[in-house]
Write a protein that binds this ligand. Structure first.
Ligand SMILES: [Zn+2]
Length: 401
């Protein structure tokens, strides 16, 4: 079967003859006498397009090495093949970018490429290095972009397996089962590499490569990049985020970090102040509680938290060790309507604490916890925990009388 994508990666249309068309669970599997579409592999995603006007949904590889096209509708006879060219050309740019990055990384730093992948927005290459820092990325990026500007021609040739074994040709994964001449992708005066994907015919068509960021892996480092048309797309996304920041921070991009730094510092200060005020409020609340006759008193503070409750508990325990205080923080839920149903339990609703003489706390603590559908425990004069629901807060309140 002729593989047009291997000999001419720029062919966008072709005619083919339907060899077979068999109905399967998810459509029709069609074998053609010629293949225009790249069926995926080696890090490059499969092509899309139409066969006789019917969109190609995917491919299935046969044991013979041939491929079936999966279509939603049956086709027969002579059919016109039309490639989704923008998608393919993008893949050709990203894939060719990988060749140039791999060659430069090997020449500049002796880095070996161990994997490559074209994603929807960004691509990545894995190197056998523990770390690739920004300085190296910058050097690599500069060298790759020089190669692009040199406008080096690229072509497909063949070589025998021995040439690879003699080290004349670079090869990442040489399939053992392949016989006959190997397909070689050649970049003028730079590189010869075994590869089955689709590539540009001149490095200048790449226009530009931008190395983005890295990610540590157990077996090496992954370097993210974009090539060709994706560089502008990436820049557009970056500018969109920058514009959103400009609007939100109400200052130009050069001031973003200063303004954000100030905001964060101010926010940390406010948090500290809020915490301090909450503690003071806790002590003040305790003052009011200890004036109540007792023996059991109750306090609910919707905007309080566990720390606030501890402040109240500690003050009550200092001033009136004879008093039992039931303390609850968190928003009480609005009463549920009869219809509608829905989940009985939401996330943690708040906090609770019971403070007082040991034997009273041992009795009331677990009862409060159960009424609040909570979790927690304690020993001695303090029992505290998280409340799952404040729906039965009224029953907790009634423990006072
Ligand atoms: Zn390739």
């Amino acid at each position: 079967m002729e593989r047009i994508f291997e000999s001419d990666s720029y062919a966008r249309t072709a005619t083919a003859r339907v060899v077979s068309c068999i109905q399967v669970a998810d459509g029709f599997e069609v074998q053609l006498d010629r293949m225009l579409f790249y069926p995926g592999g080696g890090g490059q995603p499969e092509d899309r397009g139409t066969v006789g006007g019917i969109p190609v949904l995917g491919f299935r590889k046969l044991e013979s090495g041939e491929y079936l096209h999966l279509l939603a509708q049956p086709v027969q006879g002579e059919v016109e093949l039309v490639l989704d060219w923008p998608r393919r050309y993008d893949h050709m740019q990203q894939h060719t970018g990988q060749h140039l990055i791999t060659v430069a990384a090997s020449a500049e730093f002796g880095l070996k490429t161990i994997a490559f992948h074209i994603g929807d927005d960004v691509c990545d290459i894995e190197f056998d290095a523990a770390n690739v820092d920004r300085a190296r990325l910058d050097r690599l990026e500069k060298r790759v972009n020089e190669r692009i500007a040199e406008g080096r021609g690229m072509r497909i040739t063949t070589a025998d397996r021995e040439a690879v074994e003699r080290g004349e040709i670079r090869s990442r994964l040489l399939p053992q089962h392949l016989e006959g001449p190997l397909r070689i992708v050649e970049i003028d005066g730079l590189d010869r590499n075994t590869c089955g994907g689709t590539h540009l015919s001149n490095t200048s068509e790449l226009r530009q490569v931008k190395l983005l960021h890295t990610e540590k892996l157990s077996r090496g480092t992954r370097v993210y990049y974009v090539a060709g048309g994706r560089v502008l797309a990436q820049l557009a996304r970056t500018l969109e985020r920058q514009d959103a920041l400009t609007a939100a921070l109400q200052c130009g991009p050069e001031q973003h970090m200063t303004v954000l730094g100030n905001m964060l510092a101010r926010s940390r200060e406010l948090e500290k102040t809020a915490k301090q005020l909450l503690l003071e409020l806790g002590r003040a609340s305790a003052e009011a509680l200890i004036r109540e006759p007792g023996p059991v008193v109750f306090l609910h503070r919707p905007d309080g938290d566990a720390e606030f409750l501890r402040a109240v508990a500690s003050a009550v325990s200092d001033r009136r060790p004879d008093l039992v205080a039931i303390l609850v923080a968190g928003q009480a839920e609005p009463p549920r309507g009869g219809a509608g149903g829905g989940s009985d339990r939401a996330g943690p609703a708040g906090s609770f604490a019971v403070v007082g003489p040991e034997e009273k706390v041992a009795d009331l603590g677990p009862r409060v916890r159960d009424l609040l559908d909570g979790k927690g425990g304690g020993r001695g004069t303090l029992f505290q925990g998280k409340a799952g629901s404040l729906k039965r807060l009224d029953e907790v309140k009634r423990l006072v009388s």
